[in-house]
Design a binder for this molecule. Structure first.
Ligand code: UDP
Length: 454
């Protein structure tokens, strides 16, 4: 496409941490395929772009271009390893870093922005969009429950701020629509301690979301019906367009340098434990050791995505002794792994993308959440959908992990597989022709593309 002055120009801003930037880019790629006459600009920090774009195949789209924005870190800064440090520096650099880059890009290309489609966290986009007289579409990378909780921040905070660390961690949030399974202990810290920059960002987001032309989610209708209905009362438009993992077009390239898929093909059906804790975390050393001991004792074939080289030595003896039954890789093509018939259980931190991918692959989960929305997702997986189990005591011990493996691979596993089979079918129906997510996606195309006439 040759971009011209009056070409519709959708500008996407990514939140450059964890798995946030990738689903936004996938959404842009889908929109770019659906609307070849629209130009899409994807803004992300240099560091995050290096990681995300290497797996993105962007060169096949002639209407998508990626741009780097400043991450707020001084030149040569050495990060402490605490993820909050980088997040807070980035927050400090916003919105000026995005605003400045957007001005440059509009100047260079001559194409004014006609729609801002940004990570919902970047709430200031609504102010930029309103200044330009164009719509803001917010993309929420997690499920409906966490965003709904944010919409009740004031109420939750006033009720629990004194006992955020509390005596009554088991108290449920049954005073909120659709939240009767959620407990105080599941709440992200950002809802209880509002004085930190990241919490403030999310609070401001909750105030800004009603001004968004639409909230787009990587989820599917019916998965949390009461919450979806409640969100619809508060927001202009709620568009579930997922799960992204069920979509085949365009197919994300599989990055299988470790040979996971061929290894899986030599394993028995539903026998393998797949382990991954997402893009940001590694369980603490005692838990890694306990996990390895449990796998070894049960002689369970395993595929472990393990990126943290500083902790690799903890698994050395284990991986040597179990090399005929297990495989440790730096990165696994998780979507394809979870879709493989040999995988019987997913040991996960319950990041939303991982949960969606497990539902798509119909693989029950053993859950060890750490922070953010992960505890909520675990609660849904275990208590609402019955498609997995949390580890006893909330952290991996050898006996707790053995018990969870026994439960999922033998005793309760059949029931969980039935439940996840049904959810997986709903997900497939949602993204099929005329399915709810497909129709919502068409509405989204309408919003972002017709916005140039606003
Ligand atoms: N992922 C992957 N291979 C790996 C580890 C992770 O493809 O070896 C992908 C996974 O498929 C998912 C994302 O990384 O799409 C992790 O997202 P999630 O929301 O589960 O966790 P986060 O990284 O945000 O904590």
């Amino acid at each position: 496409m040759s971009a011209q002055k009056n070409t519709p120009h959708v500008v996407a801003f990514a939140f450059p941490f964890g798995s946030h930037p990738t689903p936004l880019l996938h959404l842009i790629q889908r929109l770019a395929t659906a609307s070849p006459g629209t130009h899409f600009s994807y803004f992300n920090t240099t560091r995050s772009n290096q990681r995300v774009l290497s797996k993105a195949n962007l060169h096949v789209y002639n209407n998508v271009k990626a741009y780097d924005v400043d991450d707020g870190a001084p030149d040569g800064h050495v990060f402490s390893g605490n993820p909050m440090e980088a997040i807070e520096m980035f927050i400090k650099a916003t919105p000026e870093n995005f605003r400045k880059r957007l001005e440059d890009v509009v100047g260079e290309t001559g194409m004014k922005a006609t729609c801002l489609l940004t990570d919902a966290f970047l709430w200031f986009s609504v102010e930029m969009a309103e200044e330009m007289g164009i719509p803001w579409v917010a993309f929420w990378t997690s499920g409906p429950t966490p965003v709904s909780l944010h919409m009740y921040t004031d109420l939750i905070h006033s009720k629990f701020k004194e006992n955020g660390n509390t005596k009554d961690q088991d108290q449920t949030l049954d005073f909120l629509p659709g939240m009767s399974a959620i407990r105080v202990s599941d709440l992200p810290q950002e809802l209880l301690h509002l004085d930190r920059p990241f919490s403030r960002l999310l609070y401001d987001m909750s105030l800004a979301l009603p001004r968004a032309a639409a909230l787009v989610l990587n989820s599917f209708a019916g998965i949390e019906p009461i919450i979806e209905d409640d969100l619809k009362l508060k927001l202009q438009k709620v568009l579930n367009v997922g799960p992204f993992s069920s979509l085949t077009s365009p197919t994300p390239p599989s990055d299988d340098q470790g040979g996971c898929l061929s290894w899986l093909s030599n394993q028995a059906p539903a026998s393998v434990a797949y382990l991954s804790f997402g893009t940001m975390l590694t369980p603490p050393p005692p838990e890694l050791v306990a996990l390895a001991e449990a796998l070894e004792e049960k002689q369970i074939p395993y595929l472990w995505s393990f990126r943290d080289n500083s902790k690799r030595h903890l698994l050395e003896g284990f991986s040597e002794r179990t090399k005929s039954t297990g495989k440790i890789v730096q990165w696994a093509p998780q979507l394809q792994v979870l879709a493989h018939s040999s995988v019987g259980v997913f040991i996960t931190h319950c990041g939303w993308n991982s949960v969606m991918e497990s539902i798509t692959g119909r693989v029950p989960m053993i859950c060890r959440p750490f922070f953010g929305d992960q505890m909520i997702n675990r609660r849904l997986v275990e208590d609402v959908w019955g498609i997995g189990v949390g580890v006893e005591g909330g952290a991996f011990t050898k006996s707790g992990t053995v018990a969870a493996l026994d439960l999922v691979l033998t005793k309760e596993g059949k029931k969980m597989r039935e439940h996840i089979g049904k959810l997986g079918e709903s997900a497939s129906r949602a993204v099929a022709e005329n399915g709810s997510s497909t129709e919502n996606f068409k509405s989204l195309v309408g919003i972002v593309v017709s916005s140039h006439s606003v």
